[in-house]
Design a protein around this ligand. Structure first.
Ligand SMILES: [Cu+2]
Length: 474
């Protein structure tokens, strides 16, 4: 079907070798050959060569699983197994996933398709797959103990149902959920409409990714699985900025982005420079009368949001989660605020004992983007990414939508940084500040106070750059 078939990289071999359970060769022979992919880069859309036609999606830093047609049934083979995922250049995590990756491959089908999914368990414990959001027979819903027995290590189970409604779905285990999802077991599923749909517009580019989160201590490889909220790696498709590919589009393209949330908190996803409409949720396409223009959409836990916009503004536009802690990489969160605290005396004393001692965060945390601190092996830099104007002080759930006039149709290649037209870049002011005329009432409250405090209170803070103390001016 594509060059991806039979691709088994080094990491794939390693991951297969550590698979605890051996699956019998005889049993595997009758199944569709499992397609393995271990490269973390964004793969081009998989254009269907069998079955009903559709416009394929592009999975950010991911890929779509090829299928086999068997008497009109689309057959897929998912293999649950330990994987090595490069989350950012130089930082590899030991996760669990499907077919060589976490998340697993995207599954794309068409409304009305009969789908048969073989799921082989190469983990050391039971698993199952729940097809999040789908209409299907109860026995195919994948909840271990409720709908089916768990799939034992070494065994293959078959799920079969008709993809009844078009939309965006997810898949994940419903067996030892806390562990298996904390380890990265999840994937995306897109059911394309059969023909023209009144609520689903055709678009030029259709991207998808999952929001996921890990707690991996600096210097280690395996996520901690008991963490409830204090994750230190906030990722898109198990990648963190600067390891997340840009979303490259052609100027005036109609663009769709589908975002699913399988973390344990909500993520307000924010796009710069454009307004979008929420055209789909977990329940399917939204009625047109409900669509509002937005620049941020909150994706709650277990939810999916599909946004559409017209890419009519050239440039490099930030696209990120608006929770500022989610655009940071591995760090401890129990750090006191040091902004404005004068460490000079203390530091001098400590340096006598520890010559390499370094004060962090005195002027804010931006310094750390340029600081070359010694880090343990296999640690994601807390914030790292080099833009055309210097360090981008972010990590985690951050990427860039690149809108270009000269981007060719179907070309997802990175065009480099946007060349801002002369005179359109923010610049340093070097003149003198005008003295603004002020209104007398400026700064007054909406109503007069009943009584004044006994004395004026002023909170004194130290200016961050100040060598001479002094409090902030007013
Ligand atoms: Cu977030």
């Amino acid at each position: 079907m594509s060059s991806r078939r039979n691709f088994l990289g080094r990491a794939g071999v390693a991951a297969a070798a550590v698979g605890i359970s051996a699956v019998s060769k005889v049993a595997m022979a009758a199944l569709p050959e499992p397609v393995i992919q271990t490269q973390p880069s964004t793969m081009p859309p998989l254009v269907p060569d069998t079955g009903r036609p559709y416009n394929p999606v592009v999975t950010l830093n991911g890929w779509t699983l090829p299928w086999r047609m068997n008497s009109g049934v689309k057959e897929f083979h998912l293999v649950a197994e330990p994987v090595v995922r490069e989350m950012a250049p130089g930082f590899r995590a030991h996760l669990w996933g499907y077919n060589g990756q976490s998340p697993g491959p995207t599954i794309e089908v068409v409304e009305g398709d009969r789908v048969r999914l073989f799921v082989t368990n190469k983990l050391g414990e039971l698993t199952s797959i729940h097809w999040h959001g789908q209409r299907l027979p109860n026995g195919m819903d994948g909840v271990t103990g409720l709908n089916q027995p768990g799939i034992p290590p070494g065994k293959t189970y078959v799920y079969e149902f008709v993809a009844r409604r078009p939309g965006t779905f997810m898949y994940h285990p419903h067996a030892d959920e806390m562990v298996q999802m904390a380890m990265g077991m999840m994937g995306f599923w897109v059911t394309h409409p059969k023909g023209k749909h009144p609520l689903i517009d055709e678009v030029d580019r259709d991207f998808c990714f999952l929001l996921n989160a890990y707690d991996i201590d600096p210097g280690s490889y395996t996520p901690k699985i008991m963490t409830m909220l204090d994750f230190n790696l906030w990722s898109w498709n198990s990648r963190i900025f600067p390891g997340i590919d840009p979303l490259v589009v052609r100027h005036m393209d109609k663009v769709r982005i589908r975002i699913g949330n399988l973390t344990m908190t909500n993520h307000p996803i924010h796009l710069h420079g454009h307004e979008f409409l929420i055209t789909g949720t977990d329940g399917g396409p939204t009625p047109r009368s409900t669509r509002l223009y937005e620049v941020t959409t909150d994706v709650a836990v277990g939810q999916m949001r599909q946004i559409d916009f017209l890419a009519d503004e050239e440039g490099d536009w930030a696209f990120h989660c608006h929770k500022s802690h989610h655009t940071m990489n591995a760090m401890g969160h129990n750090v006191p605020t040091m902004i404005g605290v004068d460490h000079r005396g203390v530091a001098r004393q400590i340096i006598k004992l520890i010559p390499d001692y370094m004060v962090m965060g005195e002027r804010g945390m931006k310094d750390m983007t340029e600081m070359e601190m010694p880090l343990p092996d296999n640690t994601a830099p807390m914030m790292a990414g080099q833009g055309p104007f210097g360090a981008v002080g972010m990590g985690g759930m951050f990427s860039v939508v690149k809108v270009r006039k000269n981007q060719k149709r179907g070309d997802y290649g990175d065009p480099g940084w946007f060349a801002q037209p002369p005179g359109t870049t923010a610049y340093e002011f070097t003149g003198s500040l005008p003295d603004p005329a002020r209104f007398k009432a400026e700064g007054a409250g909406a109503m007069p106070a009943v009584s004044r405090p006994a004395q004026d209170i002023e909170v004194k803070i130290r200016k961050p750059t100040g060598g001479h103390g002094g409090h902030a001016g007013h």
